[in-house]
Design a protein around this ligand. Structure first.
Ligand code: ARG
Length: 584
């Protein structure tokens, strides 16, 4: 599938060159419904207004300029006509014939195949990244869901992607954890004590640390041992790491998310040489025994080395930036964390640029920040007892609620038929629907906004929710089932003809897919993909309500519209990490 916007920009660019010689960004956007056209461009107005003072190249008004551009425009095959509005806007009308061809192509290929001419640079997405021995919280859930979907989009477009889990697996808190492990379970090496409730373990260690000064001192010394690679300390560290990582894996498996671990410990051996390099480049200065790196974006400097000689979060991220950009030649790095860390990352980007590792536009560093997940009451997300909410409990509750709904619905009259989901598959379907509901609710938000975690809304079968979309998808599957394999196969042998406004509208939304995905990977705005799948399913309903499919004269074309809607929705679900059901 080719990108309509790209075709239009190309044609527009060529025409513009014939008319005036200016460098101007070519803007083409889908038109709002009230404009009665498909795409618009304000390019003539923009150029006219910018050059008004110097005579606007002799054009009397924006419309005159737009007319001249129009005259020179070679109509691309995706268009049926172009018109100039009174105010100088260029209006583009997409050709029904081309839309039909596009639909037929999707059907015949059996999947959405994109035809996009873009450089596929090596990209690293740093996401999820919880801290070892601490419960993964809802912020990490957001990072995991958003990061995974970003990876899926890039992978679909053919980018080489590294999915990196920058685990918090190093640092001063390990002194405390190791000392606590060794004190509480003196025979830990032989008995592998059960510390699987890591939250409890962490809290107990912290309590001891705060109350017992001897313990505190021993913890401090333990960090030094760990950092120098002392055998016993390393062994205890590996043990805690393993238990913690196994627990995290349960969550990743349920969310079906793949990650490669490059925790903070991975960069430990590089810290000294990075410090040396930055010092030699004159970027760090000493302040009260610590080594700091000042940046323009933020008042607080980056801490390269603390005054006790230790390295922390900033140092690790500087080392990670150098490793990624210099050593493994990554061209784009995307960090997915809450907005609270935005300044940290902007400081890292600035430092990486000053050090000469990051050379925009050849390399790109993005912070895909996001807002906070609040409890249903709009306050910090906590359990009734005031504890932090465990992710595993959230996944279980979503699943249980989804299962209750499936059971309830199956008891309604007429629902036991073969065409609906059968009780023996409820368990798996509930898991898929529950997880889909959580993921989709997160992704459809503008990532910078905060939102309330509300099961009722996530699982609502109406509105822009996963459940609504899953039902819409299952309905299309059942329409195609009813039509029968033979009818579908014979429909695919024909050329799809678009005859009604509802058909056109649906076909037009399907054709937006390449443009939307390009914007999504640029802006890291996954809600635009959610909006698209939602629009497609709304347009499908309108089409289905107005246009008879089976037994109509246009049966073949309309079956193709059903098939291509199904395939497009399926692909978008996949990019959002949602598993669709053929039956519901
Ligand atoms: N572990 C950190 C946290 O829980 C997130 C790490 C994000 N990635 C990074 N390169 N700093 O807040």
């Amino acid at each position: 599938m080719l990108s309509v916007v790209r075709e239009l920009k190309e044609a527009l660019g060529k025409a513009l060159k014939q008319v005036v010689s200016v460098e101007e960004a070519l803007v083409v956007t889908p038109a709002a419904a009230k404009f009665n056209t498909d795409f618009i461009s304000p390019i003539a107005l923009t150029i006219f207004n910018k050059h008004k003072k110097s005579g606007a190249f002799g054009f009397a008004n924006p419309k005159a300029l737009a007319d001249k551009i129009h005259e020179n425009l070679e109509l691309p095959r995706v268009l049926s006509k172009v018109e100039v509005a009174k105010n100088g806007f260029l209006n583009f009308f997409v050709s029904e014939e081309w839309l039909g061809t596009n639909i037929t192509q999707v059907c015949r290929e059996g999947q959405v195949v994109l035809d996009l001419d873009i450089p596929r640079v090596k990209t690293l997405v740093d996401f999820s990244s919880p801290n070892i021995a601490k419960e993964m919280h809802v912020g990490h859930l957001r990072s995991t869901i958003i990061g995974d979907s970003i990876c899926r989009c890039l992978e679909f477009l053919g980018f080489p992607v590294m999915r990196v889990n920058h685990l918090g697996d190093w640092g001063t808190q390990f002194g405390m954890l190791l000392t606590y492990l060794m004190d509480t379970y003196p025979d830990w090496e032989t008995t592998s004590p059960d510390i699987s409730n890591l939250e409890t373990f962490y809290k107990a260690a912290k309590k001891r640390f705060d109350e017992d000064s001897d313990f505190k001192e021993r913890s401090r010394l333990k960090v030094v041992e760990l950092q120098s690679g002392e055998e016993q300390a390393m062994k205890a560290w590996r043990y805690i790491y393993k238990v913690s990582r196994e627990y995290l894996q349960i969550i990743y498996d349920r969310l079906e998310i793949e990650l490669e671990d490059y925790g903070e410990s991975f960069y430990n051996p590089m810290l000294e040489s990075v410090t040396k390099e930055l010092s030699e480049k004159g970027l760090v200065e000493e302040s009260e025994g610590a080594l700091c790196l000042s940046v323009k974006v933020c008042e607080v400097p980056l801490m390269m080395r603390k005054k006790d000689g230790g390295y922390g979060y900033d140092s690790t991220d500087l080392a990670a930036a150098r490793y990624r950009l210099q050593q493994i030649d990554v061209k784009r790095v995307i960090y997915v964390t809450d907005n609270g860390q935005a300044n940290h990352f902007y400081s890292i980007f600035e430092a990486a640029q000053a050090a000469g590792w990051h050379l925009p536009p050849e390399t790109r560093m993005d912070h895909a920040g996001f807002g906070v997940v609040l409890g249903p009451d709009g306050k910090k997300f906590k359990t009734r007892e005031g504890e932090s909410v465990k992710l595993i409990d959230l996944l279980n509750e979503a699943k249980n609620r989804a299962k209750d709904r499936l059971t309830q619905r199956s008891e309604e009259p007429g629902m036991g038929q073969q065409t609906y989901l059968q009780p023996e598959t409820f368990e798996q379907a509930a898991e898929d629907i529950g997880i889909a509901a959580i993921k989709y609710y997160d992704l459809r938000q503008n990532r910078n906004s905060s939102y309330k975690f509300e099961f009722e809304k996530m699982l609502d079968p109406r509105g822009n929710t996963a459940v609504y979309l899953l039902y819409a998808y299952a309905r299309i599957c059942s329409i195609l089932d009813k039509a029968g394999e033979e009818a579908v196969a014979s429909a695919l042998g024909t050329q799809c003809a678009i005859t009604t406004t509802q058909e056109k509208s649906l076909a037009l939304f399907i054709s937006r897919f390449p443009d939307v995905i390009e914007t999504v990977i640029d802006e890291l705005a996954l809600h635009k993909l959610c909006d698209l799948i939602y629009e497609i399913s709304v347009k499908f309903s309108e089409f289905y309500n107005h246009c008879k499919v089976i037994g109509s004269e246009q049966q073949d074309s309309r079956i193709q519209l059903c098939v291509s809607t199904k395939l497009t929705m399926k692909k978008i679900f996949e990019l959002l990490g949602v598993k669709p059901q053929e039956r519901l």
